[in-house]
Design a protein around this ligand. Structure first.
Ligand code: SAM
Length: 266
């Protein structure tokens, strides 16, 4: 296919195309798409993963931003009855357009690394539609998503992703699997939304606000980082020592702080 259509990878679209057949196969096996399922691929590029997803027989929608890739995608997959192409920005995409039932959509993609974090937050806003997500991301981003409290990787991304999903760091992928090779290592992650939230917050916006504020200055104590939202007595009232640093808190601790903030903010 590459001989039929030459496309120069564009940095501004975060284009690093997968070309290692072994890695592509391993990703497809991890996803394991089946007939009758609803899949959404973000950033199909030249179709490295798309080909295997379409041939599984699953109904596949793809969203691609780079207009120059659209003719190639149409040529390769346009006649397949289970393929639907959407031109545009995945960050602006309204997932409700896909008309899938609750917990039916399987989202996949070798994501453009420049927008991967906002894209994940955008998807978390639609988590009720999603069965699972498989993404290629910078390894460091996957480490932050799957981090445990107490270390340097634990932060807003870990907490907000783990609030909604089980996180599995499946395997790492070196730069040589891509064309052009990225400067960093990559990894495949599986995110599976919880059927029931393990630590539900009264107000998810309050949780996001508290977590953002807390990690704005991660080296400082909660007493200092949260001073615009609540005082030490409020922090103590939910059983948390205001002298701790944010990275020492568990997800459940942040939920208790968020619930306190939601009451104070009423
Ligand atoms: N899936 C292909 C592969 O594995 O070879 C391409 C992966 S490449 C890392 C990222 C893809 O996302 C590119 O095709 C790029 O044009 C597309 N892309 C970048 N920003 C996007 C956005 N905001 N919405 C949809 N697609 C985007």
């Amino acid at each position: 296919m590459a001989n039929l259509y030459l496309h120069r990878a564009r940095k501004r679209f975060g284009q690093n195309f997968l070309h290692d057949a072994g890695v592509i196969d391993r990703i497809l096996q991890a996803i394991f798409p089946r007939e009758g399922e609803r899949l959404l691929e973000i950033g199909p590029g030249q179709g490295a993963l798309t080909a295997g997803l379409v041939s599984s027989g699953a109904q596949l929608d793809v969203i691609e931003l780079d207009k120059d890739l659209i003719p190639l995608l149409k040529l390769r997959f346009g006649l397949k009855p289970n393929f639907q192409l959407h031109e545009g920005d995945a960050l602006q995409f309204d997932f409700n357009r896909l008309d899938v039932g609750p917990r039916r959509l399987r989202v996949v993609g070798n994501l453009p690394y420049n927008i991967s974090t906002p894209l994940i937050f955008h998807l978390l806003d639609h988590v009720g539609l999603i069965q699972d997500m498989h993404f290629m991301l910078q390894k460091e981003v996957v480490e932050r998503m799957s981090a445990k409290p107490g270390g340097g990787h634990w932060g807003r991304l870990s907490i907000m992703v783990q609030y909604h999903c089980k996180v599995e760091h499946l395997f790492n992928v070196g730069p040589g699997a891509f064309n052009p090779p990225p400067k960093v290592d990559s990894a495949i992650v599986r995110l599976t939304p919880h059927n029931e939230l393990p630590h539900p917050a009264q107000d998810i916006c309050a949780l996001d606000r508290v977590v953002r504020e807390a990690f704005n200055q991660r080296r400082k104590t909660l007493r200092n980082t949260l001073k615009n939202l609540m005082n030490s007595a409020d922090i103590e009232s939910v059983g948390i020592d205001p002298g701790l640093r944010p990275e020492q808190l568990q997800l459940a601790d942040f939920v208790r702080l968020a619930d306190r903030f939601a009451v104070l903010n009423k």
